[in-house]
Design a protein around this ligand. Structure first.
Ligand SMILES: [Zn+2]
Length: 170
């Protein structure tokens, strides 16, 4: 799978936040971009731009060089987008998702047909928890019903297969 702009934006949005995408847009395909130049282009305060850059830096998505501006006498940072880090993050997110679904599958498989659900769907819990509530929904008081979770197990297995078969991003 090729790393597309869309995929890059999705991952950054998920990990850092949507607001930083405008900064990433200015960094892409370039090197050593002045933070003051970006602030000017985005019509934003330098502190607002730096805040977004630091947040990207927290996830190693950007690198920077500091240089003293001889005329103005202050330091300016020049930023470069770290595209390879996006690929790593995609791998990390995939691992997290897999772990999440595997844990859910483990719980469901350990409690086959042993889940209880409110007829109004407010709550769903295992036998042990349902017994503590005398099989009455703690939200609305309706009698909870035993649920066949075979479909949930199939869904989770399918989901895991799907994530496992996703091609790595290169
Ligand atoms: Zn209920």
């Amino acid at each position: 799978m090729r790393l597309t702009d869309k995929r890059t934006e999705e991952v950054i949005n998920q990990v850092v936040g949507e607001d930083v995408l405008k900064v990433v847009g200015l960094l892409k395909g370039k090197k050593d971009v002045s933070e003051f130049k970006m602030a000017g282009q985005l019509k934003l305060d330098i502190q607002a731009v730096r805040n977004m850059l630091y947040r990207l830096h927290n996830h190693n998505l950007v690198t920077y060089k500091r240089k003293k501006d001889r005329k103005k006498g202050w330091y300016i940072s020049y930023w470069t987008f770290n595209k390879n880090r996006v690929k790593e993050l995609i791998g990390d997110l995939k691992k997290q998702k897999l772990e999440h679904f595997r844990q859910r599958l483990e719980t469901e498989s350990a409690n086959v047909n042993n889940f209880f659900i409110c007829p109004k769907a407010c709550t769903r819990m295992d036998f042990h928890s349902a017994a503590q509530f005398n099989f009455k929904c703690p939200e609305c008081g309706a009698v909870m019903q035993q649920q066949d979770n075979a479909k949930t197990i199939d869904f989770l297995k399918e989901k895991i297969r799907e994530i496992e078969s996703e091609a790595a991003v290169v």
